[in-house]
Design a binder for this molecule. Structure first.
Ligand SMILES: O=P(O)(O)OC[C@H]1O[C@](O)(CO)[C@@H](O)[C@@H]1O
Length: 550
C-alpha cells in the first residue's frame, strides 16, 4: 500500500483494531501466555548470528504482532525503508538524505545520494582516519617535543561525544594500553580541568569533534584546551596537538586547525548517527583499524538484515513495533534500558539522544499535528546497580515500564563467579517482572515463615508482585566490536521504524534550537547590569547570579 500522509495513520482501521485489541488483551497475564504456549520463546524470539532478541516476555500474542505488522505496512514502512536505502531526502525538513548505513558499507555496497555513490568517499575518509590513528598508536605521530602521544582528549557534545564515548568504554578490553582516551563535553569546567590534570600538554592530542563546528560548548572547551596547551607551547605547535572532525572546513580553519588535520563527514550523517564516521576517530586510535572494521561489519550485518528480513522476523522492526505498541496503545510514557555490562554503562545516555532527539516530536514530518503519543522518555542504568536503585518501582509501582535488558553471555573481565551471578540477576529480574508473585504464593511464603494475624494482614499485600511488566532481552554472545555494531545499528533502525509509523521525521531536531538561542541572549545579561525583560522567575535568577555568581 502507498504511504499515507502521516496524520492519517490514526484514522486507519488497523489503528482502531489495535486499540480494540489492546482493551481486549490488557487483562491477560503473560504467565498465562507462557503456560498456554510451551513454545512461546521460540515463537517470540529472533536470532541473527549470535545476536538474540527474546521478546517473549511482552504483552503480545500472535494476533498483536499481526496487527502491528499490518500497521507498519499501512504506514508504508517498506516504502520508507526503500527511500532511506536509496538516499531519498527522508529528512524532509532539511531536505537531506540519511545515509549512516553508507558509513559501514562494504567494498561491494553502493549507497547513492543525488545519483552519486558515496561509498568510495566514505572509504577514502576512513582510510585517512585509520592511517592517522595508526600513526598515533604506533608513536609515529609525535608531540611537539618529540615524545609520543599518551593522552587523546575528544572535545565534543551530543552525537560528537556520546557515540565514541560509549564505544570506547565498551571496547576497552580491545584498546591499546599506550594511549588513554578521554571525553570532554560539559560546559562545567570541572570536566575539562579534571581531565587535563592527568595530561601532559606535550603528549596530549585534542580531537575537536563537531559536525557544525559552531556548537558553543565544544568551541568553549576547545579554546580553553588550546589556552592550556599554549601555556607551555607555541602557536606553531598547535598543529601537532589539535585535529578536527567536522563538516565545516572554514570554521575549522578559523579555529586555527590545519585543514590537513581535519577529518570530514557529510551532511547526510546526523550527529546522533555519526559514530561510524570520522567521529569514531578516538575509538580508532584506542582499538585500531581491525577492531573498528569489525564494529562497522556488525552494523553492516544488521543493516542487511533490516533491509531484507520479513517484518515478522526483523529484529529492528519488531523492536519498533513493540515500542509503538506500548507508547501509543498502552500509553506507557517511558522505556528503561538496563545493560548488564559495565562497558555499556553509558548506553542509556547514548539511547536517550538517539531516541528522544529523533522521535521526541509532536508534529508529523509535514508539520501536521499528531493526535497520539510518540517517543517515550528513555532512561536506565547499568544492571545490577539499577536493581538497587529503581527496581522497587518496576516490580510494585503503578506504572507500566517496558524494559530492555542487554546481556552479554561472557565477561570481558572474568573475576571469580561474578559473571554467572550477574547473568542470574538479569534473568531473575526479567522472570520476576513477567511472572510476578500471586496472593496465594505470597501467602504460602509468609505462612512458611510463621507470620500470622495482623502482621500477616499488613504484609500480605506488600509481598504481592503484580508482574506482567514487559521486557525484551537482547543477548550477545560476548560484548565485542561486531556485536556492539549490531546492537547500535538495531537501535538506530528501531527508532526509524517507530518514526515511520508515527509519521514523524526522526532526523531533524528543531526542539534543541530555542534554548540555545535564549542562552546566547542570557549570557551577556549575566555579565551586565542592564534592565531585564524576561519572566519574573528568569529575571530574579539572573539578578541572583549578578549578585553572587562569578
Ligand atoms: O556535532 P555538533 O555540530 O557540535 O553538534 C552536537 C550536537 O548538538 C545537537 O545539534 C543538538 O543537541 C545534536 O544533534 C548534535 O549531536
Amino acid at each position: 500500500m502507498a504511504s499515507l500522509l502521516a496524520n492519517d495513520i490514526n484514522l486507519t482501521p488497523v489503528w482502531a483494531q489495535l486499540h480494540h485489541h489492546q482493551r481486549a488483551t490488557r487483562p491477560v497475564h503473560m504467565r498465562d501466555l507462557f503456560e498456554a504456549d510451551p513454545q512461546r520463546f521460540e515463537h517470540f524470539s529472533i536470532e541473527l548470528d549470535g545476536f538474540l532478541l527474546d521478546y517473549s516476555k511482552n504483552r503480545v500474542t500472535a494476533r498483536t504482532m499481526e496487527l502491528l505488522t499490518e500497521l507498519a505496512r499501512t504506514a508504508g514502512l517498506g516504502d520508507w525503508m526503500r527511500r532511506l536505502r536509496d538516499g531519498e531526502p527522508v529528512n524532509v525538513s532539511e531536505h537531506r538524505a540519511v545515509m549512516h548505513m553508507a558509513l559501514r558499507a562494504g567494498e561491494h555496497d553502493h549507497y547513492c545520494v543525488d545519483g552519486i555513490d558515496v561509498v568510495p568517499d566514505v572509504h577514502a575518509t576512513l582510510a585517512r582516519c585509520f592511517d592517522f590513528a595508526r600513526r598515533v598508536r604506533d608513536g609515529e605521530w609525535l608531540g611537539h617535543d618529540g615524545r609520543r602521544i599518551a593522552d587523546v582528549v575528544n572535545i565534543g557534545i551530543g552525537g560528537s561525544d556520546l557515540g565514541p564515548m560509549l564505544v570506547d568504554s565498551a571496547l576497552r578490553p580491545f584498546a591499546s594500553e599506550a594511549v588513554r582516551v578521554h571525553f570532554v563535553s560539559n560546559l562545567d569546567g570541572a570536566q575539562l580541568m579534571q581531565t587535563l590534570a592527568h595530561c601532559d600538554p606535550a603528549t596530549t592530542l585534542f580531537i575537536v569533534a563537531s559536525k557544525s563546528f559552531t556548537t558553543p560548548e565544544t568551541l568553549a572547551n576547545a579554546e580553553a584546551a588550546r589556552d592550556w596547551f599554549l601555556r607551555t607551547a607555541t602557536a606553531a605547535d598547535v598543529a601537532r596537538h589539535f585535529v578536527a572532525v567536522s563538516t565545516n572546513t572554514p570554521a575549522v580553519c578559523r579555529f586555527g586547525i590545519d585543514p590537513a588535520n581535519m577529518f570530514g563527514f557529510w551532511d547526510w550523517v546526523g550527529g546522533r548517527y555519526s559514530v561510524w564516521s570520522a567521529i569514531g576517530l578516538p575509538v580508532m586510535i584506542a582499538v585500531g583499524e581491525a577492531h573498528f572494521r569489525d564494529f562497522l561489519a556488525g552494523a553492516r550485518e544488521m543493516d542487511a538484515h533490516f533491509f531484507s528480513a520479513p517484518f515478522e522476523r526483523n529484529i529492528p522492526v519488531v523492536m519498533g513495533l513493540l515500542g509503538v505498541w506500548y507508547n501509543t496503545f498502552y500509553g506507557a510514557h517511558t522505556h528503561a534500558i538496563m545493560p548488564y555490562s559495565q562497558g555499556l554503562a553509558r548506553l542509556p545516555a547514548y539511547l536517550q539522544q538517539l531516541d528522544m532527539e529523533s522521535n521526541g516530536k509532536r508534529v508529523g514530518r509535514y508539520g501536521e499535528k499528531l493526535d497520539f503519543d510518540t517517543g517515550p522518555v528513555i532512561w536506565g542504568e547499568v544492571g545490577v546497580n539499577s536493581q538497587h536503585a529503581f527496581f522497587q518501582l518496576l516490580h510494585q509501582g503503578t506504572r507500566l515500564v517496558p524494559c530492555d535488558f542487554i546481556l552479554p553471555l561472557s565477561s570481558q573481565y572474568p573475576v571469580g563467579d561474578h559473571h554467572r551471578q550477574l547473568v542470574a540477576n538479569c534473568l531473575a529480574q526479567t522472570e520476576a517482572l513477567m511472572r510476578g508473585k500471586t496472593v496465594a504464593e505470597a501467602l504460602a511464603q509468609l505462612e512458611d515463615e510463621g507470620v500470622s494475624g495482623d502482621t500477616l494482614d499488613m504484609l500480605l499485600p506488600q509481598k504481592v508482585f503484580p508482574g506482567n511488566q514487559p521486557s525484551n532481552t537482547l543477548v550477545l554472545d560476548a560484548l565485542c566490536p561486531r556485536s556492539l555494531g549490531m546492537l547500535l545499528a538495531a537501535y538506530e533502525h528501531k527508532v526509524f521504524v517507530e518514526g515511520v509509523i508515527w509519521g514523524i521525521n526522526s532526523f531533524d531536531q528543531w526542539g534543541v534550537e530555542y534554548g540555545k538561542l535564549l542562552a546566547r541572549r542570557i549570557a551577556p545579561e549575566l555579565a551586565g547590569n542592564g534592565p531585564l525583560s524576561h519572566d519574573g522567575s528568569t529575571n530574579a535568577l539572573i539578578e541572583r547570579y549578578r549578585r553572587r555568581g562569578q
